[in-house]
Design a protein around this ligand. Structure first.
Ligand SMILES: Cc1cc2nc3c(=O)[nH]c(=O)nc-3n(C[C@H](O)[C@H](O)[C@H](O)COP(=O)(O)O)c2cc1C
Length: 218
């Protein structure tokens, strides 16, 4: 390997392997299919479901990200396109945004992929506490009123918040099963976050949820 190429390789490897550096945002991240034969029995996962606020900084593996987002609100019945979480009249109005160090993405359930929204680290703005800025992943749940035509705003928020709660619990249970830490959060400067995310007037932030490895975990 020529010296220059070797130097470039070493830099790329250092970025990839950690050292606090961040990989460049990708326009689209195809997620691995969920491994349906893994995880702990439901009753054990329920017994471990808890909020935790200490997170290691290392990023989640792609396989974990794929499993987590599918568990959250992925398509579990391809024939109908229905999801792991319920929604009123199957409106599927809750959008899941993933704030990672390399950028802000939207989970696209039909293609099971993350689609880049902004190549900007907005993690610190996803909550008023300190840990969201350093945890590898903050999910932000947003109601898309374009999917609730004719529904009064208050009713759309109520239904969307209930659907979000189901997604939140799916994520908690996946985390309990996979040995990840998580906490749902409502303490957010929603105006500042909506601006940083580039949301429009027909989008409403419900809550955010931080996910990561517990400190010291392998
Ligand atoms: C709607 C909602 C909003 C919450 N907001 C926050 C928050 O902003 N920050 C936080 O650290 N925890 C937040 N929590 C987590 C609760 O504090 C936590 O669920 C509660 O203390 C019970 O603990 P457990 O989840 O371990 O059972 C929130 C929970 C819910 C349901």
């Amino acid at each position: 390997m020529a010296t220059r190429n070797r130097a470039a390789f070493m830099v790329a490897a250092a970025l990839y392997l950690g050292g606090g550096a961040v990989r460049a945002a990708e326009p689209r991240i195809a997620l691995p299919a969920p491994q349906l034969n893994t995880g702990m029995p439901l009753m054990q996962a329920l017994s471990r479901r808890a909020s935790n606020r200490d997170f290691a900084r290392r990023p989640l593996s792609l396989q974990t990200l794929g499993g987590l987002l599918w568990a959250a609100d992925g398509i579990n019945r391809p024939d109908s396109g229905k999801r792991t979480a319920p929604s009123a009249h199957n409106r599927q109005e809750v959008q899941i945004f993933a704030a990672k160090a390399d950028g802000l993405y939207r989970y696209d359930a039909p293609t099971h992929a993350l689609v880049l929204v902004r190549a900007r680290d907005v993690r610190a703005l996803t909550g008023r506490q300190r840990f969201p800025a350093h945890a590898p992943l903050n999910l932000v749940y947003v109601i898309d009123f374009n999917r609730t035509p004719g529904v009064p705003r208050a009713a759309a928020i109520e239904a969307g918040a209930v659907a979000t709660g189901a997604i939140v619990q799916n994520v908690y249970l996946y985390c309990a099963s996979a040995g990840l830490a998580s906490v749902v959060r409502g303490w957010i400067d929603k105006k500042a976050l909506a601006k940083a995310m580039g949301l429009g007037p027909r989008q409403y932030i419900v809550v955010a949820q931080t996910v990561g490895y517990p400190p010291g975990s392998k």
